[in-house]
Each structure stands twice: as C-alpha cells, then as structure tokens.
Design a protein around this ligand. Structure first.
Ligand code: FES
Length: 98
C-alpha cells in the first residue's frame, strides 16, 4: 500500500475517481494520485481481462490506462491532476467514441 509522506505540504487538488471524491496533491500525476488514494485502482486488460496497476510510472508499460474526463486510453502516469478532473478506471478495452 502506498502512503503519502507526512511532510507533504503541497496544495490539495480535488478529483473524482469513479465518482468518488479524492484529494490529490498539486504536481501529482493521475497514477500517483490513484495509488495514494487507497482505492482499488486496478484496470483490466482488453484481451484477457488480467488486472494491472501502474508499473513504470514513466510512459513505457501502458499498465496505467484510464479514462480522463471522458477520453479513454490515457496514460495516467503522464497526466498531471487538475481540480475537478474525472477519472474512471478502465475495464477492458476503450469504448468506441471515448
Ligand atoms: S505506468 Fe507505465 S506507462 Fe504509465
């Protein structure tokens, strides 16, 4: 389980994860905020449905795909959080039109 450092004094940023309000920190990526949220943030793969969590945190593995503000297949490790952002944990493949 990931925990934030107690000395982390960065400004809070409110986001929504599958409709649940979560407090991230300014400068967090979406993946970092998800891992620190304490929520079950496992996506599933398109082919086998295998569970995945963010792994490399630098844009290489694609294990962090999420839907951000209605757009699917976004690499959460490369996207900084912003106030009011709506994130959905992607289950399977991206839906057509998203
Ligand atoms: S965690 Fe590997 S690409 Fe995002």
């Amino acid at each position: 389980m990931f925990k934030r450092l107690q000395a982390d004094t960065r400004k809070p940023v409110g986001i929504f994860v599958d409709g649940t309000a979560v407090t991230a920190r300014e400068g967090d990526t979406v993946s970092a905020a998800l891992l620190a949220s304490g929520l079950d943030v496992r996506r599933t793969t398109a082919v086998s449905g295998a569970p995945r969590l963010p792994y490399c945190m630098m844009g290489v593995c694609f294990d962090c795909l999420v839907t951000v503000d209605g757009t699917g297949n976004r690499q959460g490790c490369l996207i900084p959080v912003r106030e009011g952002m709506r994130i959905e944990i992607q289950k399977g493949k991206r839906e057509i039109g998203r």
